[in-house]
Design a binder for this molecule. Structure first.
Ligand SMILES: NC(=O)c1ccc[n+]([C@@H]2O[C@H](COP(=O)([O-])OP(=O)(O)OC[C@H]3O[C@@H](n4cnc5c(N)ncnc54)[C@H](O)[C@@H]3O)[C@@H](O)[C@H]2O)c1
Length: 253
């Protein structure tokens, strides 16, 4: 019996990095998985790896910034598996470390659309399903930049603080109806997102990375997936509205 046996999990951004390892980990624990990603190649790869392991899986190509795509993601999940038990709002993007004096409207708007508005829309669609079932779990991918102020650019930091705030709000308002909403705040996990950052703001990068030497070590996608598994499973049943810092103690200093 897996720790998520027969649960249906919708995971955005699961064609790569952290989201992919969450999908593989949930699949290993008996969940049925909806792999939702913008990038078809990555999505197909995760779907193929899950199928090889005998996991029931559906790939849905979505742009999480489009409301109709979020709706389609849930419609297809319901058509394939009959229900949804877990929503992981993981898709996200970065802001090229732009400091407040240098932030571009285009970057601000893109970061807010992907990191904030999509999370609201995913939650808005999931809640009626969870309310009808009488339970449901949401795991939001925040960041250590949702818990601290100086380790990213302005837009990214603001966006992840918004995710932390939404996590608390949803937990407090829907917790009494047996719906849990928690988040994870990773520090630095080598993935395409963090390794391929180009055209970064020189001032913002220099100032935001001042404390990097105090980070004991980078994390792995599996270490974040382990937390996502705990938060989605009944093992964390008494936790609601919490953002778990996953940073090897970096922010504890
Ligand atoms: N890697 C880190 O160090 C780190 C640290 C803190 C927080 N995070 C957060 O973790 C999450 C996952 O990041 P990752 O490092 O695994 O990155 P990644 O680039 O490996 O994966 C992100 C995935 O999201 C998908 N995606 C992006 N925009 C999308 C959109 N509009 N619609 C649908 N899918 C979209 C991408 O195609 C990609 O597959 C993000 O929310 C990120 O902010 C990462």
């Amino acid at each position: 019996m897996g720790r998520l046996q027969d649960k249906v999990a919708v995971i955005t951004g699961s064609g790569s990095g952290i989201g992919k390892d969450i999908a593989l980990t949930y699949g290993r624990e008996g969940a049925k998985i909806v792999v939702a990603d913008f990038d078809k190649k990555g999505m197909d790869q995760t779907v193929a790896e899950l199928k090889e392991r005998g996991v029931e899986v559906l790939g849905v190509q979505v742009d999480v910034t489009k409301e109709e795509d979020i709706s389609r993601m849930f419609e297809q999940a319901l058509a394939a598996f009959g229900t949804v038990d877990i929503l992981v709002n993981n898709a996200g993007t970065v802001d090229r470390m732009q400091a407040a004096a240098n932030v571009e409207d285009e970057v601000w708007n893109r970061v807010m659309d992907i990191n904030v508005t999509s999370v609201m829309r995913g939650i808005r669609k999931a809640l009626p399903i969870f309310l009808e079932k009488g339970h449901g779990t949401i795991v939001n991918m925040a960041s250590i930049s949702g818990l601290t102020g100086g380790r990213g650019g302005l837009a990214y930091t603001a966006s992840k603080h918004a995710v932390v705030g939404m996590t608390k709000n949803v937990a407090s308002q829907y917790g009494p109806q047996n719906i849990r909403c928690n988040a994870i705040g990773p520090a630095f996990i080598p993935t395409p997102l963090t390794l391929n950052m180009s055209n970064a703001d020189a001032f913002g990068t220099e100032i935001a990375t001042r404390g990097v030497g105090l980070m004991p070590r980078p994390g792995t996608t599996q270490e974040i997936a382990n937390i996502a598994l705990f938060l989605a499973s009944d093992e964390s049943s008494y936790m609601n509205g919490v953002t778990v810092a996953a940073d090897s103690g970096w922010s504890a200093y």
